[in-house]
Design a protein around this ligand. Sequence first.
Ligand SMILES: NC(=O)c1ccc[n+]([C@@H]2O[C@H](COP(=O)([O-])OP(=O)(O)OC[C@H]3O[C@@H](n4cnc5c(N)ncnc54)[C@H](OP(=O)(O)O)[C@@H]3O)[C@@H](O)[C@H]2O)c1
Length: 243
Amino acid sequence: MTLIDTAEIYGDGRAEELIKHVMADQRDRVFLVSKVANNHVIGDGIALACEASLARLGTDHLDLYLLHWPAAGAAYSEVVAEFESLRAVGKIGAWGVSNFTVPQMEDLFRVPRGDRCATNQVRYSLADRQIENDVLTWCRQHGMPVMAYSPLGGAETSLLRDPVLTRIAAEHSRSVAWTIRDGNVIAIPESGSAAHVKENSAAVRLRHYRHCPRSPTGGAREQPHAEVRASWSQYRFAGVTGR
Ligand SMILES: NC(=O)c1ccc[n+]([C@@H]2O[C@H](COP(=O)([O-])OP(=O)(O)OC[C@H]3O[C@@H](n4cnc5c(N)ncnc54)[C@H](OP(=O)(O)O)[C@@H]3O)[C@@H](O)[C@H]2O)c1
């Protein structure tokens, strides 16, 4: 697991400052994602916000830079132009959006180079499958990977205490696997516990839950999750080349 997801608003910049220390001497091992707040999209706001994030993170580039929320009334042509300028000078490897609905994705794709959007980061878990009705299908049709946030349902969820899920998760050892089962979704679980992080990292080694065959002895059989790995490299590729 090498992706770190943050945002300028997390802890008012403190999260990015902490990540700087986490990444010390190993920046090249991290796929670094940050987000610009939607009240920073006017004029050169995105460029200024990016500079501030880079300074807090102690790096000269982000691998992926997202617009955190749709910006009401913003001209997406200007937002895209700003992102593309940052990409052209190597400050970001790719750009994307977060919390966009299908109509908002369509608005984005209508502006020049809007289809270079690398991903849409949206809430997705067993507790909230709303995107299966629209965004997930749309993104799949457009060859765009989805980033699932709150893949465990978020800190306040009852999902993690559900007895049936707890039993299934224990049997298969991992719960994040469900969100990434189709290979077009990347999950970003949060945890302050090293044991939980290790547990969650094992999700990428599981094949689809529903297809996971049982071994002759009755235990879950684990296999390398080739689909997820392939999706991840495609994701990086799409971000670098654009569509
Ligand atoms: N784009 C957006 O608008 C947006 C919005 C919200 C979140 N996000 C991103 O998504 C990330 C994750 O979302 P989230 O924090 O809302 O929800 P989440 O990852 O679904 O859930 C986090 C909770 O799950 C617990 N947990 C993690 N692994 C566990 C395990 N193996 N077993 C049991 N409990 C476990 C954590 O507690 P412990 O600390 O005890 O492990 C924490 O309470 C955030 O860090 C953020 O980067 C983005």
